[in-house]
Design a protein around this ligand. Structure first.
Ligand code: GDP
Ligand code: MG
Length: 436
């Protein structure tokens, strides 16, 4: 998906404004990418139509390209579609009763352990795990092993074949043992069937759960939507848990499920370790679906930090060949406000990995800053008055070598003559990117 989307956004590179014409292909590509990621066709279409409407009205800031702006709109829309902010998980009650449902192999038992661990370590709760999978004796053992790892008690009745009774007994046990959260791990089948549904529904009616969580394997793609729908029709669950996000998972399931059943995704699980449970953050999932490095936050940072007025003033100065040391310093600070150089570069897709082990320090800037700081305001505004005597004073004041000052002056001169050259070019050619 990530490659597809990057391709989609490439279409927009170099276009100055988002218009009906230049967006058509991009919208089509985004739609195809979503469908590839197992997002249902109808949902993908509605989604891209919405994105298109938003994009057409948006004004493109100087600091970002239309393509980047599209990324941001897509990300924002994805985030909103998946619930906007993180969903609330209710674990209050005496005890709170959490019912876990889903197909066999979806990760219910593993998730039950993770949730118990999460509530114990992060929320200071005293959980009780309940083995209500009465069909496979191994299921009790599995839950017990997990429970031992995290130091949580398990309630099980090996000879009882009545899951409803086990659940009810467990709640009584919790009350006498001062456990304030009961997590009921139920049985699943490989496919939706009536016996399973009836059993879970009966447990639901008997224990009046605080939360009913539907657990689904995020790798099952399109099927996940049908399963979610069937469970929701029967149980009216309160939230979704997406498991196995550590694999080569297509995030599309998250989008489709949320869209189809209109229930919040509350947790995501990635890995078999008990600690790998996360509250679901729609914005992070949107980013995952986009799979485009951190380009969106780069865009956001640029938006926050880039002052349009200042950009206009700067443009004027460059046009009049008046770019001076103070402007240079301002630009430097502008860049630094956006984060350190390495982090900034790492946000560019494809670059992050390449520079992971390379040491890029911000020290390179420090020397230059020190030199400019040692100039008088008059010198900053009039680079040409800086003669040998002044250079010596600046070197001393900044603690730099004379050769450093000379090197920087030379660079700065080159930059200015480049700007001058560009100003003399015919309109439309050679404008500096970012100074548009
Ligand atoms: P249940 O039948 O719904 O109770 O599913 P289980 O909890 O027994 O999980 C089925 C299999 O998936 C087991 O081998 C688990 O170790 C594995 N599993 C569960 N959750 C995850 C996960 O988030 N990531 C990975 N990689 N494996 C998982
Ligand atoms: Mg199980």
């Amino acid at each position: 998906l990530s490659e597809r989307l990057e391709g989609a956004f490439k279409n927009l590179k170099g276009e100055a404004k988002i218009s009906d014409l230049n967006i058509a292909n991009t919208v089509k590509d985004i739609r195809r990418a979503l469908i590839d990621a197992d997002v249902n066709y109808k949902i993908a279409k509605e989604f891209t139509d919405k994105v298109k409407d938003k994009a057409l009205g948006e004004k493109v800031l100087n600091a970002i390209s239309p393509g980047q702006l599209m990324v941001k709109i897509v990300r924002d829309e994805l985030t909103e579609l998946m619930g906007g902010t993180e969903a609330n998980f209710n674990s209050s009650g005496n005890p709170a009763v959490i019912l876990i449902a889903g197909l066999q192999g979806s990760g219910k038992t593993t998730f039950s352990g993770k949730l118990a661990n999460y509530l114990k370590t992060k929320k200071g709760k005293a959980p009780l795990l309940v083995a209500a999978d009465i069909y496979r004796p191994a299921a009790i053992d599995q839950l017990t092993v997990l429970a031992n790892q995290i130091g949580v008690e398990v309630y099980a009745e090996r000879d009882n074949k009545d899951a409803v009774a086990i659940a009810q007994n467990a709640i009584n046990e919790a009350k006498t043992k001062n456990k304030n959260v009961v997590i009921i791990d139920t049985a699943g089948r490989l496919a939706i069937d009536e016996t399973m549904m009836t059993e879970v529904a009966n447990i639901k009616n008997a224990v009046n759960p605080t939360e009913i969580l539907f657990v689904v394997d995020s790798m099952t793609g399109q099927d996940a939507v049908n399963t979610a729908k069937a469970f929701n029709d029967r149980l009216n669950f309160s939230g979704v848990v997406l498991t196995k996000l550590d694999g080569d998972t297509r995030g599309g399931a998250a989008l489709s499920i949320k869209y189809t059943v209109q229930k919040p995704i509350k947790f995501v699980s990635s890995g078999e370790k008990m600690e790998t449970l996360d509250v679901f953050y729609p914005d992070r999932m949107a980013q995952r679906i986009l799979g485009m490095g951190d380009i969106v936050s780069l865009v956001e940072k640029a938006q926050e930090q880039f002052d349009e007025e200042q950009a206009k003033k700067l443009e004027k100065k460059i046009r009049r060949n008046q770019f001076d040391f103070q402007d240079f310093l301002d630009q430097l600070q502008q860049i630094k406000k956006m984060g350190n150089l390495k982090d900034l570069m790492a946000m560019i897709p494809g670059v992050g990995k390449a520079i992971k082990d390379i040491d890029i320090s911000d020290d390179a800037f420090k020397g230059v800053e020190a030199i400019i700081h040692s100039m008088t305001p008059q010198e900053r505004a009039n680079p040409d008055i800086i003669d040998q005597r002044r250079k010596m004073r600046i070197a001393k004041g900044s603690g730099k070598q004379m050769s450093d000052v000379n090197a920087f002056m030379k660079q700065f001169d080159q930059m200015r003559s480049m700007m001058k050259m560009m100003n003399n070019m015919p309109a439309g050619m050679g404008r500096m990117p970012g100074f548009k």
